[in-house]
Design a protein around this ligand. Structure first.
Ligand code: 3AM
Length: 195
């Protein structure tokens, strides 16, 4: 189903899966989204971040679970079919530290990989991606939501640190799309997480 914006509505009742039929490759990743209330809370924080920090677009707020990189439709469909046969555990993660990561120059809200559901989901995603022919990730999962890029120094004054308990109910396949107005993360497909 297409929404008014023209993009698929992965939350809609009649969304029957992604169409894995793009030519060439798309830059993809798997992640989860904060709730609407959490997105609102984070949006208020984004408004406090001034140049040279480059706050992310509120609609792009997400937590990456697995970066897939440039992906063909065939390979992605194989991965998605594999994931449909797996138990995908629900998890929770508390994001309650504001950190600046100098390497990628991002300012983010971070948490710790400790919930058994998240540890198991991380393993399932990595194994399925390997089986589908994706390269293994270069780093262990560090749960975070990126708030700003081009972050060489932390913001002054430091914003009050939120404490967000993420309890997502679905996994999303995101397309990272470059547009003239900046990158957009478009959900292409979703799978329920099992409680
Ligand atoms: O905003 P976050 O960090 O959650 O950092 C990139 C972003 O995640 C990450 O993929 C998400 C969508 O672009 N990313 C980009 N290139 C990557 C790479 N080579 C990468 N993650 C791992 N390896």
């Amino acid at each position: 189903m297409k929404t008014e914006s023209g993009w698929p509505d992965v939350d809609g009742p009649d969304f029957d899966g992604a169409e894995f039929n793009w030519p060439g490759e798309r830059r993809l990743f798997i992640g989860v989204a904060p709730s609407a209330a959490q997105q609102e809370e984070l949006t208020a924080l984004l408004q406090q971040l001034k140049p040279p920090l480059q706050p992310v677009t509120p609609a792009n707020l997400h937590l990456t679970l697995l970066f897939l990189g440039q992906s063909s439709a065939v390979q992605t469909e194989l991965l998605w079919r594999l994931l449909q046969t797996q138990q995908l555990p629900a998890f929770e993660v508390l994001l309650d530290q504001l950190e600046l990561w100098p390497g990628p120059a991002v300012y983010c809200l971070t948490g710790v990989l400790q919930h058994p559901g998240l540890i198991q989901l991380d393993t399932v995603l990595r194994q399925a991606a390997l089986q589908a022919g994706f390269l293994p990730p270069q780093h262990a999962l560090r749960p975070h939501i990126t708030l700003a890029r081009k972050a060489k120094l932390p913001p002054e004054p430091a914003p009050q640190t939120p404490a967000l308990l993420l309890t997502p109910s679905q996994l999303r396949l995101y397309h990272s799309l470059s547009t003239p107005t900046g990158v957009r993360y478009l959900p292409l497909a979703s799978l329920p997480l099992q409680r």
